[in-house]
Design a protein around this ligand. Sequence first.
Ligand SMILES: Nc1ncnc2c1ncn2[C@@H]1O[C@H](COP(=O)(O)OP(=O)(O)OP(=O)(O)O)[C@@H](O)[C@H]1O
Length: 336
Amino acid sequence: MQPIIEVHNLRKEFKAYSSRTGLTGAFRDLFTRRYKIVSAVNNISFKIQPGEMVGYIGENGAGKSTTIKMLTGILTPTSGHIRVNGMNPHKQREQFVRTIGVVFGQRSQLWWDIAVQESFRLLKKVYRVSDEDYEQHMSHVIDTLDIAPLLDKPVRKLSLGQRMRCELAAALIHNPPLLFLDEPTIGLDVLVKLKIREFLKEINRKYNTTIMLTTHDMTDIEALCERVIMLDEGKIIYDGELERLRQQWAEGKEIQFRFDRTVNHLTLRQITVHLPVEWSPTEKENVWLAKVNNEQVISEVIRQVAGQLSIVDMQVNQISTEEIIRNIYEEGIKHG
Ligand SMILES: Nc1ncnc2c1ncn2[C@@H]1O[C@H](COP(=O)(O)OP(=O)(O)OP(=O)(O)O)[C@@H](O)[C@H]1O
């Protein structure tokens, strides 16, 4: 299958100017500015197949927006190759924009003072969408995102959540095969977030829409993306399954067992003698903690213990993806 996004050795450099101090410094800056070159994106390569939903993650300043801007043709790369939807986004810009949808959480593509449906109508013209296609596709989008009551309101009168749902609908007017989302749920309440996630899953299922999602919200990534590409200082430090990343890093998981009676350390050690588990007591004599290092061991420990003792209550304390990602940035990738 032909990848929908293909990036090879992509690089973007910016000049970062520094100012000299004092009046003479300012004066000298007028003639010669000092600068250094910052590699915002530093020779990255990846491919995305049609229908994938990929999380593009990294700390502030890692280079995510710069990549998305190059992929959508807004910025020209310093070097490297990009092919998106079989085109060079920058060179074939006019034709290219009709094949993608973009939502930047911080910026609007809707006209501020006119009613939402007027914006939709203008975009329909820009994208040359036929009346039939618009009706068929957009009536469903408007329904699912629950924005029908908002259509006759000017954008400036909408709340952030209402506006974002309209933004998403606007990005889909031409039903593009590829959608770029940059922080689409920033500042939204949980219910709106859930609605947007469900909607994205649905268009992915229905139209096989490819989605590249940039966000700091790991719960968005967990809900939507099987694959993540992780960026650090302009370089890719991980590209693969989110689940594998979680497993490799889910160290020190804890299972809390509450038994129906007092249990001693020796009994627990004997029950799990062949398993890599560390038992520690709590203040209550019938409650014990089992520390394990990977997911398979968890189920095995539970199986063995449940076979021998009567468990009243049990809880697995998961490390959140958020925490895992933070650890990775603090310690660097050490597992292959
Ligand atoms: N127009 C520009 N001129 C100079 N430097 C820039 C420009 N745009 C971005 N940079 C620098 O490039 C680096 C990457 O920025 P980028 O906005 O791509 O990061 P990001 O991962 O999107 O961050 P965030 O999560 O904060 O949005 C940063 O060091 C930033 O300061």
